[in-house]
Design a protein around this ligand. Structure first.
Ligand SMILES: Nc1ncnc2c1ncn2[C@@H]1O[C@H](COP(=O)(O)OP(=O)(O)OP(=O)(O)O)[C@@H](O)[C@H]1O
Length: 241
């Protein structure tokens, strides 16, 4: 079966174990272009493993991942790394910013790694920082910012090269309730206005409530919220392995 044309990401029959502990047990899904997909599930459900497989960071033991109708699971490590650098953005629960660089240099990093000239990268990074309301801190070092401000810089960095897909893994986990709502609004509205697809994983229903669609992962399998066709595909994949 080939991926549908309108799915930017498509996965079928993903299975993976970490140190003999099963993390994914036959997961299939499609993500439409520009969609914000919430992946909800308790701790240990396999959310991070799923996002790592979808982004090409981790090769699943079984199953297929396709991006824009091209296979990711058959690419070598270098090609997958390039795909992640050029087409994907990643936001973690704790913003991993480089302390020696300024906020603006941190936000510009994905562009610099893709060979964009320094001045252009700096200007683009400043634009995103301004959009995310953190432009005034551009010359500061990350250590001088609050956690919620650092997370906004991480969002700017994830969006600066206009990726096709942003993977956000518990992006609000370390934040206070008020900061959470604000960071989520910023992320989703920036993605929507630029047509960027987001896969947003969390164990909290309120975090994924801004998504267009929510799938629920429990013990490495999807449960409620999964379209019938995908559930049938997952079942047939699970049954066949
Ligand atoms: N690098 C690893 N080594 C060993 N086991 C791992 C590793 N990564 C994940 N696991 C295990 O795989 C299962 C799924 O983990 P995963 O991190 O994907 O779930 P999660 O839903 O993201 O959980 P959380 O919400 O706690 O981050 C868990 O049982 C976890 O302990």
């Amino acid at each position: 079966m080939n991926p549908p044309d309108n799915d930017v990401l498509w996965a079928r029959g993903l299975r993976h174990t970490h140190d003999r502990s099963p993390a994914l047990l036959g997961v299939s899904l499609g993500v439409r272009e520009g969609e914000i997909l919430g992946v909800l599930g308790p701790h240990g459900a396999g959310k991070t493993t799923l996002l790592r497989c979808l982004s090409g960071e981790l090769l699943p033991e079984q199953g297929e991942v396709w991006f824009n109708s091209s296979p990711v699971h058959t690419l070598g490590a270098t090609a997958r790394e390039r795909l992640r650098r050029e087409r994907f953005g990643w936001i973690d629960s704790s913003p991993q910013l480089l302390p020696e660089l300024t906020v603006r240099e941190n936000a510009a990093l994905p562009l610099l790694l893709c060979g964009v000239p320094y001045r252009t990268a700096r200007a683009d990074a400043q634009e995103w920082l301004d959009r995310l309301d953190i432009g005034g801190a551009a010359r500061k070092r990350p250590g001088r910012l609050l956690q919620a401000e650092r997370q906004r810089v991480a969002i700017a960095r994830a969006l600066v090269n206009r990726p096709s897909v942003v993977f956000a893994d518990e992006p609000t986990a370390p934040l206070h309730r008020a900061d959470r709502a604000q960071v989520l609004r910023i992320l989703t509205s920036a993605a929507r206005s630029h047509g960027i697809t987001v896969v947003l994983a969390s164990n909290e229903p309120e975090v994924v409530s801004l998504a267009d669609r929510v799938v629920t992962l429990v013990d490495g399998r999807f449960t409620a919220g999964m379209p019938q066709q995908e559930r049938e595909d997952a079942d047939s994949c699970s049954a066949s392995v």
